[in-house]
Structures are given as C-alpha cells and as structure tokens.
Design a protein around this ligand. Sequence first.
Ligand code: 0L1
Ligand code: MG
Length: 262
Amino acid sequence: MKLDKATIEKLAEHLENCQLQAKDTTKITDDYPDMDWDDAYAIQNMIKARKLARGLKLGGLKAGLTSHAKMKQMGVTTPVFGFMTKDYEIADGGDCKTSELIHPKVEPEIAFMTNKPLRGPGCHIAAVLAATEYVIPGIEVIDSRYRDFKFDLKSVVADNTSAARYVVGGQKLDVKNADLRTTGIVLEKNGQPVVFGAGAAVLGHPAAAIAMLANHLGAMGEEIPAGTLILSGGITEAVAVAAGDTVTLKVQGMGSTSMRFV
Ligand code: 0L1
Ligand code: MG
C-alpha cells in the first residue's frame, strides 16, 4: 500500500461526503497518483465501515464493468467490485429522488441471490450456479462522484464503483430452468426500448462475474456469505436518466422491474 491510514480515512470521508451531498469532485488519483489497488479497495472498505458504524445494513454486493459494452463506454478493461447498503434499495416500481444524485445512469443487470457461501480462489460458474437460490431482474443506478464520469479504475474502486441505488423485482427464476447466456433483456425508458442484450454480454455468462467476485474476496480471506444479493454487472452500456423518466427492465422468463426518477 502507498497511502497511510490517515489519508485513506480522509479520502473515504471526502468521497462519502460527495455522495451524501450530491456534489462532484475531481478524481482522487490527480492528488495521489501513486495509490495502488489495495489503497483503492481500502478507501472503499472505509466508506463501508463508516456507513455500517452509522447503523446502515449491507444490501448486497456488485460487480461492475463486466461487459464489453460497459468497458468500451468507460475506456477500461478490468471488472471492479463494490457494495450497496440497504438504503440504496428502491421498491419495485418506486421513486428514485434525483435531488440526492449528481448525474445518474441506469444499467440492466441480472441479480443473484446466494444460498451457500462462495469462496475463492478457484470459484467457477458451476459453483456459483450450485450456490444460487434464484436470479431476478435488477436495475442499478450508478452515480459516479467524479465530475463528468471522468475517472480511472483506482479512483472508481475507491468511489465504491459509482454505486448509488438499485431495484430488483419481477419473477425469481431457478437457474436450473434457464440458460443465462441466452437470456434476453430489454431496457425501456419512458416506454421506448433503448438498449437490448443477452446475459452472455457479461463475461460470457453472468455467473462468471459472481465467481470473479468470490475469487477477488478470497484473495483477501473473505467470502460471499449465503443470502447475499449480488448485481452481476450491466449487460449494455449505461443509460443517462433525469427527473420525469421511468425505466423498466424486461428479462426473458423473469418478468420486469421498474423505477421512476422524480
Ligand atoms: O456498475 C458498474 O458497471 C459501474 C462501474 C463504475 C464505472 C461507472 O461509473 O460507469
Ligand atoms: Mg452496475
């Protein structure tokens, strides 16, 4: 690690304040160009610790930048991992307040619910499927705290991978009854289809993103506990939204989920 504990705490406080005040900032690597991956995840973990210390509960985990469309949109090549607290959750069909966000975008995703712990190294798609209670449509709202979404990967990891809000809903599907590679999705904005895709856009199979997350955590001696909701990553590029927009995600065999931006 290149940063000391005080700097990690200072940067976590800064980024969390930007989130809570819906205020943007320049990317932190501008001031700390030598920070490494361990520093970036340490800042993210410090943000999580700050929230849990205030009594917030963990809502789930996420993989991000897992599709070529997303990687191309952001000019990067590596998936990243983050968390959501329970207060990020929007009820299915519910309202998402844009006054609490900087410049929200939505991503169509497939969410997994685990029923067994998953631990790397060596976690793979079959292990994930064997530990999946169900999959369900999920829309992630990302809201980078960096001005104009201009960041590098270490800055975005520190900023908890732009996590802001999420909704899950529709029909829970047993993975035994689906081939998630060929599962089709349509994201509609205000009733108009805007992006389309299939599960294979996420690393060839959305469960591969969950396996990567388990292997990432395993390298730090951690695991994905049973009963964890995990967003496997945007199947398409992210779509910008504003107050007045309604977005609906339809997933083949799993119905739909939606939210309204107010
Ligand atoms: O969930 C995601 O794929 C977002 C990762 C962070 C990059 C971004 O803000 O687009
Ligand atoms: Mg996402």
